[in-house]
Design a binder for this molecule. Structure first.
Ligand code: HEC
Length: 733
C-alpha cells in the first residue's frame, strides 16, 4: 500500500526521502554529543557539527568541487584553508576579503568571505551588491540554521581562534532557518526593459505553461549586462526568448497555453516553443528569485528582433495565490561593451525511457572554438533523478563540473573566473531518469515528457564589443601574400584547382603578379591560406586583396566566396566584377565576417572555371587608438633633416589643440613634454626611440590623466640625446 503510494507520487520523492533520513541521522548523533560541548573548542564544534555535516561532501580533498572552489573543509585541513587565506573567487579577492579574517570584531566579520557565502539572510545584499561572489553555501542545500550562523559569527568576531571557547553553544539551539523573502514586484530598471506577466490562474491539479508575446520597443540591438527575475512560489521556470526577425508575430499580451485546463495539447503553441527553444533562448531562471550581473565589461548581445516570447511554467502555488512574474533586463549603451557574450545550449533529443525502469543517458558535445563559460545549468523534467556534467579533454578532463538531483530548481552554476573550454574539448551530460509510468517516455516539451539540456552563457576568445579598445594594436597591415606567401602562412588547395607556383606565375597582368590559380575543370574548388599561429583580428579593420579575373568563365550558378575561418562573404555580390578584365582592389570590413575567434584560415572557394589572379592579400590595420590621458597624434615625414630644431607651436595661443613640429637629424631617444613655469611636468607628448625625420604632433591641451589644463603659459621641452630645446606656449580656455 505504502509502496504504491510512493510510486504514484514519483521517483524524485523517493530519493528525497532517502536523503532526509541520512541528514536526520547525523543531526541526532550531533545532539548526542552535546553534554561534552563545554570541553570542545568553538572551532572544533564548528568543524565537527557544522562543516563536516554541511560542507565536507563537496569541499573534501580530491573532489572536483573542492578543486573548483579551491577549498577543503574537512578535519585537519579546514582551519589552515580558511584563516587569512585569499579566496579563490577573484571578485572577493579583489575586494580584499580573506576566507576568514582573524582581524576580530566587526572588521573581522566584514572581511570574511566565508561569512558572505553562508549568511543567507543577507542574500539580497550578497547577490545585489556582489553579483560575482558565486552562490550562497551550502550549495543546493538548506541554509545553515540561524543558530549555526550566530555561532560562527561569534567565533569570527573573536578573531577566529583555533583553540578556546569563544561562542556560547546555546546559540546552536536555534534551528530556525532563513526563508526566502516574499514575492516582490520589481522596480523597473533605470536602463532596460521590464516584463510583468500575470497574475494568472494556475489550473487546479495540474501545471500551467504558456507563451506570452511582448513586442520589441526598439529596432536596435540591445546589450544586456544582467537580469533580475522574481516569481511567485510554485513557478517552475521562466524563460525569455528573443522572437526572431522576419517571423509572423503572435498576438501580444495573450496567454498562449501549451495545454488547456483539461490537459489537451495546443499543438500550434507546442511547435512554436520547439522552434524557439534552441536559438531564441536568451535568459531564464528556475529559482523564484534571481539577480545576476555579467562580469564587468561583458554583455549579452540581443540581435534586433520583433519582440520577446515569455515562457512561464508554474505548478499551483502552496499558498493558493495566482502565478505572477516580474523580469528586469538591464542594458547598457553599446560604447560600454568590451566583450560580447552569447547564450547557447546542448540538447539530446534522443530520449527513450522504457516503463518501470531506471535509465541513464549520456551524451558528449564538443566545442569547435574556445569558449569562456560564465553560467551553466541543466534542464530536465520530473522523471530525472540526477543530472551531472563532466568535462571532456583538457586539463579538467573527467572533472564533474555540475551535479543536481533537483529537477524543478536545478542550480545555476556561475563560473568566476570563467570555465574555459578549448576547441576539441567538450561537455558530457549524464542523466539518470526513473520512469515509474506504464508508458515509454520520449523527448518533449510537456512536463510528462522528458528533456536533457545544458544551457550556458559564454563569451568567445575573440569577442570585442563596440566599446572595446583592442589591447594588442597591430601597428601595421598584416601581409598574407605579396610576391610570395609570407612566412607563417601555408597555401592548400582542393577540388579542381591548381595553385600555380606563386613566384613563377606569369607576369602578364601586372609587374608583380603574385598568385595565380588555374582552374582545370569546372566544379567546386577551394584555395586555403592557413596560418601557423592564429591571428588576433583586434585592431584590423579590413581584409584586402587585389583580384584580376583573367579568363575565368562563370557556370550557370556561379559561386565565388571568401571565408575567414568558417564565416564567408559572397564575392560576386558587388565585390568583384569578373567581366571587368583588370586589377580590382577588394576591401571587406572585418565586421562582415562576425568573427568570434582568432583567424586561422582565409579561403577562396567557388566554381568558376579558367585562370584568375590574386595579389597583395592583407589585413588592413586601423587607426591607432587614442593614447590614454593626453591625446597626441604623431606623424612622421621620413626625409632626413640637417639640423635639430623645435618649431614654435601653431596655433599659439590655442584653445582646442595645437601642433608642434620638430626635426631630428639622427635616430635618437627623445622626450617631449609640457611643464609649467616652475618646472612641474603635466603632459608627455612623445617618448622613446625615434628614427631621423621630421615629426608633427597634435596635442589637445590635456594632461597625462586626461584632464584639461588651465589657461596659462606653459613650456614645452624636447630632449634628444644630449640636445635640449625649450619653447613657450599659451593655452586659453
Ligand atoms: C554541493 C556542493 C557544495 C556544498 C555542499 C558546499 N559547497 Fe562551498 N562551494 C561549492 C562550489 C561549487 C564553490 C565554487 C562556486 C561558488 O563560489 O559559488 C564553492 C565555494 C565556496 C567558498 C568560496 C571559496 C573561495 O575561496 O572562493 C566558500 C567559502 C564555501 N564554498 C564555503 C562552504 C561552506 C561553509 C559550506 C557548508 C556550510 C559549503 N561551502 C558547502 C560547492 C559546495
Amino acid at each position: 500500500m505504502l509502496r504504491t503510494q510512493m510510486m504514484s507520487t514519483g521517483g524524485a520523492l523517493l530519493i528525497c526521502a532517502a536523503i532526509l533520513t541520512v541528514l536526520n541521522g547525523s543531526t541526532v548523533s550531533a545532539l548526542d554529543d552535546e553534554p561534552e560541548d563545554g570541553e570542545r573548542a568553538t572551532w572544533e564544534t564548528i568543524q565537527q557539527d557544522i562543516l563536516n555535516i554541511n560542507c565536507g561532501g563537496c569541499h573534501s580533498a580530491g573532489s572536483s568541487l573542492a578543486r573548483q572552489s579551491g577549498l577543503v573543509l574537512t578535519e585537519k585541513e579546514a582551519y589552515g584553508q580558511l584563516i587569512d587565506v585569499v579566496p579563490r573567487n577573484t571578485a572577493a579577492a579583489g575586494d580584499g576579503l580573506k576566507r576568514v579574517s582573524s582581524a576580530g570584531g566587526l572588521p573581522g566579520v566584514e572581511q570574511s568571505f566565508l561569512w558572505e557565502k553562508i549568511n543567507a539572510s543577507e542574500q539580497d545584499h550578497f547577490y545585489d551588491d556582489h553579483p560575482h561572489y558565486g552562490a550562497i553555501m551550502p550549495l543546493g542545500q538548506p541554509y545553515l540554521s540561524n543558530g549555526e550562523l550566530a555561532y560562527i559569527e561569534a567565533w569570527i568576531r573573536s578573531g577566529a581562534p583555533e583553540d578556546g571557547v569563544v561562542a556560547d553553544p546555546v546559540l546552536l539551539a536555534d534551528e530556525t532557518r532563513f526563508a526566502a523573502p516574499e514575492f516582490v514586484a520589481l522596480v523597473p530598471p533605470g536602463q532596460g526593459i521590464q516584463f510583468h506577466v500575470g497574475p494568472f490562474e494556475v489550473w487546479e491539479k495540474d501545471d500551467r505553461e504558456f507563451l506570452y508575446f511582448e513586442p520589441m520597443v526598439t529596432a536596435e540591438e540591445l546589450y544586456v549586462t544582467g537580469y533580475e527575475i522574481s516569481m511567485r512560489p510554485g513557478s517552475h521556470h521562466f524563460i525569455v526568448f528573443n522572437y526572431p526577425d522576419g517571423k509572423p508575430t503572435p498576438e501580444p499580451s495573450v496567454y498562449r497555453d501549451l495545454r488547456d485546463p483539461q490537459g489537451k495539447h495546443n499543438l500550434h503553441v507546442l511547435s512554436q516553443l520547439a522552434e524557439l527553444f534552441p536559438s531564441g533562448f536568451f535568459v531564464g531562471t528556475q529559482t523564484p528569485y534571481i539577480n545576476y550581473r555579467f562580469p564587468p565589461g561583458v554583455a549579452l548581445r540581443l540581435p534586433p528582433g520583433t519582440g520577446f516570447d515569455l515562457d512561464s511554467h508554474s505548478v499551483p502555488s502552496p499558498d493558493g495565490k495566482p502565478g505572477e512574474v516580474y523580469a528586469n533586463i538591464y542594458t547598457v549603451d553599446r560604447s560600454e561593451v568590451e566583450k560580447v557574450a552569447y547564450p547557447a545550449n546542448f540538447n539530446n533529443g534522443e530520449i527513450n525511457l522504457p516503463p518501470h525502469e531506471t535509465t541513464t543517458l549520456s551524451k558528449t558535445f564538443q566545442f569547435s572554438e574556445t569558449r569562456n563559460i560564465i553560467q551553466m545549468w541543466s534542464h530536465a523534467h520530473e522523471k530525472m533523478l540526477e543530472f551531472s556534467i563532466v568535462a571532456v579533454g583538457g586539463e579538467r578532463d573527467g572533472e564533474m563540473l555540475y551535479w543536481t538531483n533537483d529537477w524543478e530548481h536545478p542550480p545555476l552554476l556561475e563560473f568566476d573566473p570563467p570555465l574555459v573550454m578549448e576547441s576539441g574539448q567538450g561537455l558530457q551530460m549524464i542523466t539518470t531518469y526513473h520512469n515509474w509510468t506504464d508508458e515509454t517516455i520520449n523527448f518533449g516539451a510537456r512536463s510528462t515528457d522528458e528533456m536533457q539540456f545544458i544551457f550556458y552563457i559564454y563569451y568567445p576568445e575573440y569577442s570585442p564589443g563596440p566599446g572595446a579598445v583592442p589591447h594588442e594594436w597591430p601597428g601595421e597591415d598584416l601581409l598574407i601574400m605579396d610576391e610570395d606567401l609570407l612566412p607563417g602562412w601555408r597555401a592548400e588547395s582542393n577540388g579542381s584547382v591548381e595553385l600555380v607556383d606563386l613566384t613563377a606565375a606569369d607576369k602578364v597582368h601586372r609587374g608583380n603578379v603574385a598568385g595565380s590559380f588555374r582552374l582545370k575543370r569546372s566544379g567546386t574548388w577551394a584555395v586555403r591560406f592557413q596560418s601557423d599561429d592564429p591571428v588576433n583580428p583586434g585592431g584590423y579593420i579590413a581584409l584586402r586583396f587585389a583580384f584580376h579575373p583573367g579568363d575565368v568563365t562563370l557556370p550557370a550558378n556561379p559561386r565565388f566566396r571568401l571565408f575567414v575561418n568558417s564565416a564567408w562573404v559572397n564575392l560576386l555580390e558587388d565585390m568583384v566584377d569578373v567581366e571587368r578584365k583588370e586589377w580590382q582592389l577588394v576591401e571587406i570590413p572585418v565586421e562582415e565576417f562576425g568573427l568570434r575567434r582568432f583567424i586561422d584560415s582565409i579561403q577562396f572557394s567557388g566554381n568558376l572555371g579558367g585562370t584568375f589572379y590574386l595579389d597583395d592579400i592583407r589585413l588592413v590595420a586601423g587607426e591607432p587608438p587614442p593614447q590614454p590621458g593626453t591625446a597626441v597624434v604623431e606623424s612622421q615625414d621620413a626625409t632626413v633633416p640637417e639640423t635639430f630644431t623645435l618649431d614654435q607651436n601653431y596655433p599659439n595661443p590655442f584653445n582646442l589643440d595645437t601642433t608642434i613640429r620638430f626635426d631630428l637629424p639622427l635616430s635618437e631617444e627623445i622626450d617631449l613634454a609640457v611643464y609649467n613655469l616652475i618646472g612641474q611636468k603635466f603632459a608627455t607628448l612623445a617618448q622613446g626611440l625615434r628614427e631621423a625625420g621630421t615629426y608633427t604632433l597634435r596635442w589637445d591641451g590635456r594632461d597625462d590623466d586626461g584632464r584639461d589644463l588651465a589657461t596659462g603659459v606653459y613650456l614645452y621641452r624636447l630632449k634628444a640625446g644630449e640636445r635640449v630645446e625649450t619653447r613657450k606656449l599659451l593655452l586659453l580656455r
